[in-house]
Design a protein around this ligand. Sequence first.
Ligand SMILES: *Cc1c(COP(=O)(O)O)cnc(C)c1O
Length: 383
Amino acid sequence: MSDRTGENTGPQPHEHIMDLAPYVPGRAKVDGVANPVKLSSNESVFGPSPKALDAYARAGENLIRYPDAASTDLRAAIGEIHGLDPDRIICGAGSDDLLTLLIHAYAGPGLEVIHSRYGFMVYPIQSKAVGATAVAVPNKDWAADLDGILAAVTPNTRLVFVDNPNNPTGAYLPWDEVERLHAGLPAHVLLVLDAAYAECVTADDYRAGESLVEKADNVIMTRTFSKMYGLAGLRVGWGYGPADVIDILNRIRMPFNVCLPGQPAAIAAVRDQAHLEAGRAFNAEWRDWLTASLTALGLDVVPSQTNFVLVGFPKDKPYTAEEANAYLTRHGYLLRWLPAQGLGDHLRLSIGTPDQNRAVVDLIASFMSVERSGVEGLAESTA
Ligand SMILES: *Cc1c(COP(=O)(O)O)cnc(C)c1O
């Protein structure tokens, strides 16, 4: 609302909110394509445990009730399966909820939050939302750069976020490197190990973070049911941290942050480790297949420990990631192109069903070879 002098006289948000660019989710729709294949948000096509779906359906009969505000049974189940103290577990509406709470609790104007340049966008967005400075450290070999992070720490640093494995690159840090990073951080900096893809990892030298949380006062690990557990739509995540950090987050969270059907569904999911194991094997098999197939086409595929692969395209037209993205979109396949994050030469591809994986490789092959042999128009006619 403006007065006659052109001055805005309406409600005014905090100034720092005006220059933040909101999170852009992976596309789910495209004009002119009836049922596009969405491989842009790292959802797990293997799907959730049937027991989780049963529990969800049963909970639906009780929707007049508020959920348990403390997620007591869910924390107990997670604690039992992972061998952790439920009192030091906090649940959230997705792990995004907990990442955001951490920033609201520990950062603010004049304070700094460190994250990797190619890392999860929620960290800089929420840091800017509270008026803190988001410090982006360039990645090393696609994962977090420990020495770069340590060099960026100042007396004003409050949080260091490490998504391990990393989104959107898929790379991971071996455990000894995470320990080295922690050893180099001053006590006033809280290290957040965002292990959203922990359940996808098959590398022997990876650990999500529980053991470091056990022995340090300044480490918290976050996990989610959205990725390998296949329950993204329910929004359930959890964190494990020092008792005083968990206490702080409990003070500021929404009282009923985990929805009523989400709690029993997540309990059933975490108790069905056989299903999770089958999903991990499916994911790893197709991750290997996609990596090998796309590498054979001459593309640079970043070795992944997640449920997606980051694919590098040639820098020169007409084989660029931007054109590949347009081509795949026209054919109904939605991947993630992230030029705003400095990844304009790459597309991120979530692992799909076997048919979808084969189809996307075929499409990329025809995109590359059609263009390379200079046959104009064939690309369109295969649609
Ligand atoms: C998907 C993702 C999350 C959060 O997912 P939720 O659905 O909010 O639990 C957190 N961190 C990373 C790195 C992710 O990719």
